[in-house]
Design a protein around this ligand. Structure first.
Ligand SMILES: NCc1[nH]cc(CCC(=O)O)c1CC(=O)O
Length: 308
């Protein structure tokens, strides 16, 4: 292979991630020419509505997947957090790259952390998972929706619309905005979303030449962790209208520890659980933890939202 085409969204974060993959590939394969094909996704076009209200799955990836399926591109580079837990026929996760910082970050021009926020402070985030966990600890906070790419969100904070905002640390680091992070929210406080901080590469599963080319970017530990997290979400069948957190880390070389959470948006109910076991059983662990959470009451929360 001498040429490889990457389908990517046009946001600065997506372009950073695509360029990161391009650089890695060109380094590992001298002579290989990697080109970016930037495209708009549905998720990029709907700018004002909170994503949870739109409800479609894969809003940020469908157009990219279509491009690979139609052979207009060879691979798509994604934030794993945005990738639906099921793939279209013929496509799959060729590679999961090493995870960057997986935590949520507290960003503010006036306050150092959640605990310093005064009563009734205004916090920006559209993520139901972040809203739920914030409200559980600080019911007094006023939470307002905040959409747009990372730079847009920072600009809205700077314009004075919010006292603080919550963003993924990884996105800020990639865009060289890590200096904006006032504190990291530990997972006990804000359990991350499945896949947060990890970049994944999708391609046609029968494209063996591309799969071979990509293999050197694979990070085994990250894959185990992300597989466990995604399996938990898959078993819960929770769409984006229910706060769900899933975060796995390696306990030692052979075992992983997965924590999960399902909550109500008002933060009044939170079901938590955790499980650990051999890394080779990552997906079984995710499924088992989901089943535990369902029995403990997550089923009721999901039913209340989806009416199933
Ligand atoms: N939902 C958008 C999105 N998708 C991935 C990231 C951050 C980077 C990552 O998690 O890899 C973000 C921004 C954010 O949550 O602040």
């Amino acid at each position: 292979m001498t040429e490889l085409r990457i389908a990517t969204r046009k946001s600065p974060l997506a372009l950073w991630q695509a360029n990161f993959v391009k650089q890695q590939l060109e380094q590992h394969h001298p002579g290989l020419q990697v080109t970016l094909i930037p495209m708009s996704t549905q998720g990029d076009k709907i700018l004002d509505t909170p994503l949870a209200k739109i409800g479609g799955k894969g809003l940020f990836v469908k157009e990219l997947e279509q491009a690979i399926l139609e052979n207009r591109a060879d691979i798509a580079v994604h934030s794993m957090k945005d990738v639906p837990v099921e793939f279209p026929d013929g496509l799959g996760l060729a590679v999961i790259c090493e995870r960057d910082n997986p935590y949520d970050a507290f960003v503010s021009n006036r306050f150092a952390g959640i605990h310093e926020l005064p009563d009734g402070a205004v916090v920006g985030t559209s993520s139901l998972r972040r809203q739920c966990q914030l409200r559980a600890q600080r019911p007094d906070l006023v939470i307002r929706d905040l959409r747009g790419n990372v730079n847009t969100r920072l600009a809205k904070l700077d314009a004075g619309d919010y006292d603080a905002i919550i963003l993924a640390a990884a996105g800020l680091r990639r865009l060289e905005k890590a200096d904006r992070i006032r504190s990291l929210l530990p997972p006990e406080y804000s359990l991350p979303a499945n896949g947060q901080g990890a970049v994944g590469i999708e391609c046609r599963l029968n494209d063996t030449a591309t799969l071979t080319l990509l293999a050197s970017l694979e990070h085994a530990e990250t894959r185990y962790c992300v597989l466990a997290e995604r399996a938990m979400n898959r078993t819960l069948q929770g769409g984006c209208q229910v706060p769900i957190g899933a975060f796995a880390e390696m306990e030692d070389n052979d075992h992983l520890w997965l924590r999960g959470l399902v909550g109500s948006v008002d933060g009044k109910q939170i079901i938590r659980g955790d499980i650990s076991g051999p890394k080779e059983q990552a997906e079984e662990l995710g499924q088992l933890l989901a089943e535990q959470l369902l029995v403990q009451g997550a089923d009721e929360i999901l039913r209340a939202v989806y009416g199933a």
